[in-house]
Design a protein around this ligand. Structure first.
Ligand SMILES: *[C@@H]1O[C@H](CO)[C@@H](O)[C@H](O)[C@H]1NC(C)=O
Ligand SMILES: *[C@@H]1O[C@H](CO)[C@@H](O)[C@H](O)[C@H]1NC(C)=O
Ligand SMILES: *[C@@H]1O[C@H](CO)[C@@H](O)[C@H](O)[C@H]1NC(C)=O
Length: 670
């Protein structure tokens, strides 16, 4: 769990920089994310000054200096910097001990051993969350890659003659990067949909992808892993019981490997079934004798859960439910009260650390929680993200699940005469009272997406009011088409021909808003601001591959008798032995910060301070006339759409100020 930085001088440029200069750049780039790695720092530059690697370390597994990075093998052939956590490393270490000379016991050191053993296919042996850069000096191969779901961030850009790679975009500032808005990307949600970011010429390595360059030549990116779903016409042969048991075993296994660390491990607990199931499984495993982090105590009251507690009466506080779960399990409940003032104070930092927008201020709540976990001595927490994506937890998946009959699995109470009624009962496509006006989309795109609708929702993720010139420049673009064209042909073919629409919808969500917005604004980059490594146990590929193989109607189940939906049905059954009856039955609540704030209260004042004529006009692409009234309409008038739009505009202002982004003009976009 760390921060990395790397460069590769592409081509045969004259080397004008001195070694001292380069060392200083790497140092500065690491310094920008020193919060991610307070325990050690290291760098390596090759003799021609053409490759550099830097690393700051948060020690979690193997606290000795042997775990410090960059790693190199004893033959001085391969070098690597790794951020993240690789599970199951003990097994590989044993298997490869005869042929690889391990220096220490760090989980990350297996990267070199696996690369030397398997070549580029080392990627398929990495289990966990990671971002890494590897340099094969002998063959002159540069590889940068990222985990399957995008839990860890990894960005790249080219400045002058060098390809730069880093954990956070702000690190590029150390190499002379001058940030400019990628206005088209913001306008068409390209930063949510494809390899683009909000900054011009800065890209992300997509989840499940790697970047490769040979002999200092041009680089390309390619996919090493993807999600697949079964053919929607082929009957399921497993029994429901077998499938439930399959989920249970894989989730238990995913939790088990995530207990291992040489430091204390805690749990983020909410009122939902996902984190409750994880807490229940941790308790089960500890009772069986498993070690939790550095503790082998069987005293359950020493297991610590952390829960965000919003103001009571806001309608968004779930901490009472979490408290009852903690009581039932016998673990320690630590509510983290986040009143409005704390949210407002952390608003800007949440944007700075996450480098992402989300029309909600929950990022500030997560930041407050990480701070409390850190102060309580925790370096690792296990969390519940990724379950809604893989088991159909979102209400807008209800409609998608009914677009076509599930021919793979016929529910015992299936009644074709009740189809129309079922569709009427399906959740409306809105979030907390905000009904998006979904922009026009090409009919060919709707056909490609097999008429699923989630992509339409995604295009309105950041509700900004744009300056009029954007319409002239980019008016012909529609987000859903941009999204559809970002996938490879095989995926589009599967969507149109063989995946059930619910699976298509899950794919769309899991590849876009999830890694680029949710996992950023509420994930690693926020937790690491306070040196907390979060381990999302549901994002284990043995588990998700199994979940993806299940019939859609066992994930989002429609009960024909009662006319109701049970989201994450199969997961509920799988984890029932580990949770309270209340949790087992509870409907999913969106995990969001409150939407209403006091007039003249801290959030109102923060928004007014950020949304000024001067600040908005300095962006260059947001319309002041239509942005000005949003704060009053959102806070005083209580209009949720205006409130979300105000949040989005304020987040742009924070980015523009903290990164020093140049004002966008129509001319720059030509
Ligand atoms: C996946 O999980 C199942 C059930 O726990 C287990 O039998 C199997 O070995 C796992 N596969 C891998 C590759 O870990
Ligand atoms: C649900 O799907 C039906 C088509 O099956 C569509 O007519 C309806 O508008 C959808 N509802 C929502 C809320 O998207
Ligand atoms: C999805 O595509 C298939 C094949 O083109 C078609 O038969 C089916 O009706 C489509 N489903 C929807 C919901 O449009």
């Amino acid at each position: 769990m760390c921060g990395i930085t790397a460069f590769l001088a592409v081509g045969q440029p004259p080397q004008t920089r001195s070694r001292e200069q380069i060392e200083q750049e790497i140092h500065n780039s690491l310094d920008i994310v020193k919060h991610r790695g307070p325990d050690a720092s290291g760098k390596w530059i090759n003799s021609g000054n053409r490759v550099g690697l830097g690393h700051v370390r948060l020690s979690i597994v193997d606290l000795s200096p042997e775990g410090n990075q960059p790693f190199e093998d004893t033959e001085n052939e391969v070098y690597a910097v790794v951020n993240g956590e690789l599970y199951d490393h003990e097994r590989y270490r044993e298997e490869l001990a005869a042929e690889y000379n391990f220096r220490g016991h760090s989980d990350c050191e297996i990267v070199l051993a696996l690369y030397k053993h398997y070549g580029l296919d080392f990627l398929s042996h990495l289990r966990g969350e990671f971002a890494l850069v590897l340099w094969d000096a002998k063959r002159e191969v540069f590889v940068a890659t990222r985990d399957r779901y995008g839990i860890k961030s990894l960005y790249y850009t080219v400045v002058g003659d060098r390809l730069l790679v880093a954990t956070e975009m702000k690190q590029f500032l150390a190499y002379g990067w001058e940030p400019e808005w990628d206005v088209r990307s913001v306008y068409e949600s390209g930063w949510v949909f494809d390899e683009r970011t909000i900054f011009r010429d800065v890209k992300k390595i997509q989840p499940g992808h790697y970047l490769i360059s040979r002999n200092y030549g041009e680089f390309r990116t390619d996919k090493y892993w993807d999600m697949h779903y079964p053919d929607k016409f082929t009957k399921e042969v497993r029994t429901e019981e077998e499938m439930i048991e399959g989920v249970r075993q894989r989730l238990l296994d995913a939790v088990r490997v995530r207990l291992r660390a040489d430091v204390p491990v805690g749990i983020y607990l909410s009122g939902g079934i996902d984190s409750s199931a994880i807490a229940g499984m941790v308790v089960h495993l500890v009772k069986e004798g498993a070690k939790l982090g550095d503790s082998s105590s069987k005293d359950l009251s020493r297991i610590q859960c952390f829960t965000v507690q919003f103001d009571k009466g806001s309608g968004f506080d779930e901490s009472d439910v979490a408290e009852r779960t903690a009581e039932f399990l016998g673990v320690k409940f630590n509510p983290v009260h986040v009143p409005e003032g704390k949210l407002a104070e952390r608003f800007e930092n949440a944007v700075w650390y996450s480098e992402a927008f989300m029309a909600d201020i929950n990022g500030a709540g997560k930041l407050a929680m990480a701070e409390v976990a850190h102060n309580a001595g925790f370096k690792v927490v296990i969390t519940g993200e990724g379950s809604d994506e893989h088991f159909a937890g979102y209400s807008y998946f209800q409609n998608e699940s009914l677009l076509e009959d599930d021919l793979t699995w016929t529910p015992p109470d299936y009644d074709p005469t009740k189809r129309e009624e079922a569709i009427r009962n399906a959740g409306t496509n809105h979030i907390q009272g905000v009904k998006w006006v979904v922009p026009q989309t090409l009919p060919s795109t709707m056909r490609t997406l097999n008429n699923t609708r989630v992509a339409g929702l995604l295009t309105r993720a950041v509700p900004l009011y744009y300056a009029p010139w954007l319409q002239d420049e980019f008016g012909a673009s529609d987000g859903q088409t941009v999204l559809t064209e970002s996938f490879d042909g095989e995926v589009r073919h599967a969507m149109a021909q063989s995946w059930h629409p619910l699976h298509t919808a899950e794919y769309l969500w899991t590849k876009t808003a999830f890694p680029n917005s949710l996992l950023r604004y509420l994930g690693d980059n926020i937790d690491m601001a306070y040196q907390v490594e979060s381990r999302p146990a549901f994002l284990d590929h043995n588990l998700t591959e199994f979940a993806n193989s299940l019939p859609p109607s066992l994930k989002m189940k429609y009960n024909y008798g009662s006319g109701t939906f049970t989201e994450k049905y199969i997961l509920r059954e799988a984890v029932r032995p580990f949770v309270t009856e209340e949790i087992y039955k509870r409907k999913k609540q969106p995990y969001m910060a409150p939407m209403r704030y006091a007039v003249d209260g801290p959030v109102h004042r923060k928004l007014k301070e950020l949304i000024t004529k001067e600040n908005i006009e300095a962006l260059g692409f947001v319309d002041w006339e239509r942005t000005e009234p949003l704060v009053e309409k959102g806070i005083v008038g209580g209009d949720p759409l205006a409130f979300r739009a105000a949040i989005a505009a304020a987040q742009c202002v924070v980015v523009s100020q903290r990164f020093g982004v140049k004002k966008a003009t129509q001319n720059d976009c030509k």
